[in-house]
Design a protein around this ligand. Structure first.
Ligand code: UN1
Length: 465
């Protein structure tokens, strides 16, 4: 894939800057209309865009379609938001004064995305940034140039036909790490929103902070599920297999650690092993496939190295081997792995982007919550229970320390309406729904005096002749 040259990059940034000067003055509901039309165009192209995701990253058909649906959903959300960029009014302590908070556009927003959600994560950022009055500059993963190009073309054609949208509103720059570094260091970009590994996020965060820019980080996860004594086994097995083996284990929200109450462990594990053995691994184009390929050879090797390390540390590993798929012999297909552990090991503390599920036994809910929280990542978490007290404890201040906490569903598959992101080394950013839009705007506190005198705050006297 050709990488954007430095000269082309600078030209793209200048186009975005120029676009900002006029886009910020377009009324927000009118900006929402652009996003509405983009969402309509994505609806029309949904099958083709989904097929391209399957082709480029190997997502199975229904998950690829689900990803495009996520793009459509966030557009709908952003259209409504474009009439709801609300600020506060604040009581002033001075007579005939009023105070308020206004939210203004910020400037060009850089969006760095990962291969695993090559369209949806960009759209969470782009749809919001655009209604907030900002141009967008997208650097997709170097593993997904095609999906990015296709979605970018759809947006560009909508911009072209719109009338009052500046031509440079949406920019695409392609390439590997150096292009990401340019964005992180570029003072023309007030906000860098980056999705990817914790290692990448740490470098971006330091560079952006060094120039007092803002970063919005959505980094690694190491998500757990607790299966409590009262859990429905059918529900647990469905939730576990989708969350751990779906997307071939390549979601930030993938279930990676499972805590099963000792009273349920043997039966659940036997059932899970049967479910895992029957998971249909195969071509993502085949309608009955549930587990498509890993993204590339490096991902396969990382998975095998992690499983070897787990075995060496005394774990019992079920599955995880390469699967040959007729007609796709060069693809890296694997049987999802279950890894039984007595206690955490180095491998279970980190995120390996592959379908590996570490399984632990627990005795008390407090112990299971401690296990949930005992990693450096803090993205998503879940509890399967029919017990109200356990559920409330898990959701309380003493419960899960993650950005997302679910009861009776798995940790993955979030809807766009909630704020998406996590704590600790997941980076602290929130994207998508709720009030995540505030990250894409600058807040201005305004005070207006409509009296003819000038009383000072805090009773300060400063009288001049
Ligand atoms: C990601 O893996 O980066 O909650 C995003 C989910 C999806 C998005 C995952 N809606 O699993």
């Amino acid at each position: 894939m050709a990488s954007t040259s430095r000269a082309d990059y600078d030209a793209a940034l200048e186009r975005a800057r120029t676009a900002f000067a006029s886009w910020r003055a377009v009324p927000a509901p009118r900006r929402g209309e652009l996003v509405r039309l983009f969402g309509e165009a994505v609806r029309r192209h949904k099958p083709a865009l989904a097929e391209l995701i399957t082709l480029e990253v190997g997502k199975i058909g229904s998950e690829a379609a689900g990803e495009v649906q996520e793009v459509i959903d966030i557009c709908d959300f952003a259209v409504g938001l474009s009439r709801q960029l609300y600020g506060l009014t604040i009581a002033s302590e001075r007579p005939r004064h009023h105070m308020l908070e206004r939210w203004h556009p910020l400037g060009p927003v850089a969006i760095i995305t990962a291969f695993n959600f090559p369209m949806a994560v960009w759209s969470w950022n782009a749809a919001l940034a655009l209604v907030c009055g900002n141009p967008v500059v997208w650097k997709p993963s170097e593993k997904t140039p095609l999906t990015a190009l296709a979605l970018q073309r759809v947006l560009e054609s909508v911009i072209r036909d719109f009338g009052d949208a500046p031509a440079g509103l949406a920019q695409l720059v392609q390439g590997a790490r150096p292009v990401g570094e340019w964005l992180a260091e570029d003072a023309r970009i007030p906000l860098v929103s980056a999705t990817g590994s914790t290692r990448m996020g740490r470098e971006v965060a330091v560079k952006v902070a060094g120039r007092f820019g803002r970063s919005l980080l959505e980094l690694g996860g190491n998500n757990a599920m607790i299966v409590a004594p009262s859990a429905s086994e059918d529900l647990a097995v469905r939730a576990i297999t989708f969350a751990a083996a779906g997307t071939a284990g390549q979601r930030c929200t993938t279930l990676r650690r499972l805590y099963v109450h000792e009273s349920r462990y043997d039966a659940l594990l036997a059932r899970l092993r049967r479910a895992y053995a029957s998971l249909r691994v195969g071509s993502p184009f085949a309608p009955d496939t549930l587990v498509g390929p890993l993204i590339d050879r490096a991902a396969f090797e990382a998975m095998q190295a992690t499983l070897a390390a787990a075995r060496a540390a005394g774990a019992t590993v079920h599955g995880g081997e390469r699967v040959t798929v007729a007609g796709h012999e060069a693809g890296y297909y694997v049987r999802p792995a279950l890894v039984e552990l007595a206690a955490p090991i180095e491998a279970s503390e980190r995120e390996t982007f592959a379908p590996i599920l570490y399984v632990f036994r627990y005795q008390s809910i407090e112990q299971a919550i401690d296990g949930n929280n005992a990693v450096v990542q803090g993205l998503s978490s879940s509890l399967i229970t029919q017990n109200l007290s356990e559920a409330e404890l898990f959701l309380s201040a003493e419960g899960s320390d993650c950005g997302i906490a679910n009861v009776n569903i798995g940790p993955s598959g979030a809807e766009i309406g909630g704020a998406f992101g996590g704590e600790k080394q997941t980076g602290g950013g929130r994207e998508s729904g709720s009030d995540a839009w505030k990250a894409y705007m600058r807040r201005q506190t305004q005070t207006v005096n409509y009296s003819s005198t000038l009383p000072l705050a805090q009773g300060v006297k400063f009288d001049v002749e």
